[in-house]
Design a protein around this ligand. Sequence first.
Ligand code: ATP
Ligand code: MG
Length: 439
Amino acid sequence: MAERLRERGYEVVEADSGEQALDLLEQFAFDIVITDLRLPGIDGGRVIEAAVERYPGIVAIVITGYGTVKDAVDAIKRGASDFVAKPFQFDELMHVLEKALEQRRLASENAYLRSQLEERYQFGGILGRSRPMQDLFNLLDMVARSSSTILVTGETGTGKEVVARAIHHNSPRRVHRFVALNCSAIPETLLEAELFGHVRGAFTGAVGTRQGRLEQAHKGTLFLDEVGTMSATLQVKLLRALQEREFERVGDNQTIKVDVRVIAATNSDLARLVAAGSFREDLYYRLNVIPIQLPPLRERRDDIPLLVQHFLAKFAPGSAVHASQTAMRALMAYDWPGNVRQLENAMERAVALGAGRPEIDVADLPPEVRVVPDASAPPYVEFPEDGLDLPRYLATIERDLIHRALDRTRGNRNRAADLLHIKRTTLVEKLKRLVGADR
Ligand SMILES: Nc1ncnc2c1ncn2[C@@H]1O[C@H](COP(=O)(O)OP(=O)(O)OP(=O)(O)O)[C@@H](O)[C@H]1O
Ligand SMILES: [Mg+2]
């Protein structure tokens, strides 16, 4: 068998036993394993398992004895690609082998294409194909590697929290914790204890000693959400913690040192709060080492189709629900004051109202989104990855509209020309050209 495989151009290494096969698998990255099932020591099933575990894409062919279909099925469960039963002709083996190789090639091509698409249009769960988002992904890729403090700003629902999480999960700190603290959700008096922790008896109700979020985030990332709402006293304490990377628990005087990366977020204009005197300038500069500004969705409408598709798939998993042409036009035209979160909610609602229909229509959208731009506004065109032939594309639209105008007027060219706001002679010209193109 080895001889004949070599004749066909395969590079073959032989093993006398399962043990030796495992040894060889440790040393080289093979593309294919062919093994008998019944071997004296370690059996063929174990060899397959080891091979597949080490090289998940490997093609593993099992040779089974006559009448041992159960063994073959067993081997396939353990990861074999296919089997041949003894006795067999060499051509049978080749057939099975080539089929398995072809399948693997297709699978890896698909996986490659998928990963290309996914990588290009997302960063750690943040989707975006628009220019500003592509620039953002490059920036995130760079800053994730550092430990610098980051200030994420953007309107509500633009994805400030997803960005903070994506930075953490792409940073060397990912093995440690991502701890989030929403500064506006907690009463001022408790916020300090929440951030720095407290000892027993530090204040009424402090029954035990507790670690603060800063401590919990040691070696990891602390996400300070809505940082603009913090009181003046707490701002001072936070500033010190950021500068010295040390602090004390409330009610304690023992200093605790931490190694924490801080990502702060706000949807208010911190620079303006500084100018108005309600946010400390020094703290602002401490936080704003690397500013990341998330553009509102209406300034990156190219992301809308991608997000729509993503959310429809999320809320109607396993079914190919999509937005109709008109619905997509409405979605593209709307201003989305609540940004991606509002779009996400709209898609959840649409899937519920759609009740299993494959197409989401305008009626399934929230009332405020339902305004379809007037008919003379350009249609929504999905722009293909490799571009499109503009003159040909425009010609297809022209032809379609001319045919429809003629249909409506039952072939009356005068009235069709009127409907299209062109002269009759122009219509006749165009028809001649269209007929020419049809041939
Ligand atoms: N680019 C994106 N790709 C995929 N999902 C996104 C994207 N941006 C936001 N989302 C989703 O939209 C929702 C809102 O995002 P997030 O909570 O990060 O917004 P935010 O900026 O923190 O808003 P707020 O200021 O109201 O707290 C989340 O469910 C998030 O998963
Ligand atoms: Mg948020």
